[in-house]
Design a protein around this ligand. Structure first.
Ligand SMILES: Nc1ncnc2c1ncn2[C@@H]1O[C@H](COP(=O)(O)OP(=O)(O)O)[C@@H](O)[C@H]1O
Ligand SMILES: [Mg+2]
Length: 351
């Protein structure tokens, strides 16, 4: 993605977000480990950086490592380093992240992905500031503030024996839980404008013409399962796809895979044939990105779901000459379940 050259500023005015900033300011000066919890894309890495830069360690190293990105063995040497000749291929001494982050902060992203051995070593560094390089016998001392992040439920993993309880206790001196974007709707347009302006600049455009009212409504109604990262991608894509550089952006492309030619999911067994039969009979069943099939918000969710179910059942009935047994098979429900739906939706005269 573009916009790499823009400094990542933390934006937001929602009460939930302001409260987080307040907590961060409060915790930054403490010399204790911090755990940042939140769904993917909620800004955990930016919050970690803010904790570091608001602390007295701000002029020292801020070192990051993503524990999900490397193998267990590598993780150990990456964190703690290894001595020369520690293992085949380790000719030179390697300084680990704890060594390089001395006097500074170390950000461990995706902490739940650490192995039991690494967790054991982490516990010791947190408690005593001590560790050994892999293959080394000398005990090293380090003064590092640990900031960890996860989108897993660590207490639950600890209960299942998949994460060390004592490490969790140590790390969870205090926990910052980042709110998902859907719980802070006030921030959506602020963030969207910001990402759009940056993208327009990256594209060499003179200005960003804004979003149309419909586009703004859609941005606010979407639930953003990928949170701010998703919003950023969607906004950047919508800006770069827009053709008329002077017109407000109308089309928000939520899904880059959206296309009239989109491949269908693979399904197995009898239901595959049924699904194909259902979706191939009319071209309008395969809406394009701008088609009116995009839901309009606010909506009556229950009614929409019901309409969809009724539509599927009617199509399935018609496709199978109103044979209820075949229709039930085609829908992957039992004969009795189908009868239940027909009764519920008063569809018996259809069949
Ligand atoms: N409050 C915010 N203001 C501006 N940009 C943000 C904010 N929070 C997150 N971002 C941006 O969203 C993206 C995802 O943030 P990141 O910290 O990597 O999330 P996480 O680590 O929780 O997955 C990044 O591009 C980041 O710059
Ligand atoms: Mg992250």
């Amino acid at each position: 993605m573009a916009s790499g050259q823009h400094a990542d500023r933390l934006l937001g005015e929602s009460p939930a977000f302001m409260e987080i900033l307040e907590r961060v300011s409060q915790m930054a000066p403490l010399n204790k480990p911090v755990l940042i919890v939140g769904e993917r894309g909620t800004g955990k890495e930016l919050i970690a950086a803010r904790l570091h830069f608001l602390s007295s360690r701000w002029d020292q190293e801020f070192i990051k490592m993503n524990c999900a990105a490397i193998s267990e063995t590598l993780m150990e040497t990456e964190l703690f380093g290894h001595d020369a000749g520690a293992f085949t291929g380790a000719q030179k001494l390697h300084r680990g992240r704890f060594e390089r982050a001395d006097k500074g902060s170390l950000f461990l992203d995706e902490l739940a992905m650490t192995s039991p051995l690494v967790q054991e070593k982490l516990l010791r560094v947190i408690e005593y500031g001590e560790y050994e390089r892999v293959g080394g016998s000398k005990t090293l001392v380090t003064d590092v503030r640990l900031i960890a992040a996860t989108n897993d439920d660590l207490p639950d993993l600890a209960r299942q024996g998949k994460f060390r309880e004592d490490l969790l206790d140590r790390l969870a001196f205090d926990v910052i839980t980042l709110p998902p974007l859907r719980t802070r709707p006030e921030d959506i347009l602020i963030l969207a404008e910001h990402f759009a302006v940056n993208m327009a600049t990256d594209l060499g455009r003179e200005y960003f013409p804004g979003f149309s009212a419909d586009a703004r409504r859609l941005l606010q109604a979407h639930l953003w399962p990928g949170n701010i990262r998703e919003l950023k991608n969607v906004v950047e894509r919508s800006v770069y796809r827009s053709q008329d550089l002077d017109a407000a952006i109308e089309v928000i492309s939520l899904d880059p895979f959206d296309s009239p030619y989109r491949l269908k999911p693979r399904v197995s067994g009898t239901s595959a044939a049924a699904l194909t039969a259902l979706s191939d009979n009319t071209p309008s069943n395969n809406p394009g990105p701008d088609s009116p099939a995009r839901p309009e918000f606010p909506m009556d969710f229950r009614q929409a779901v019901q309409d969809y179910e009724v539509g599927l059942i009617k199509t399935a009935l018609a496709t199978h000459q109103f044979n209820q047994k075949k229709t039930a098979d085609a829908l992957g429900v039992t004969y009795h379940q189908l009868r239940g739906y027909l009764k519920k939706y008063d569809l018996f005269e259809q069949s």
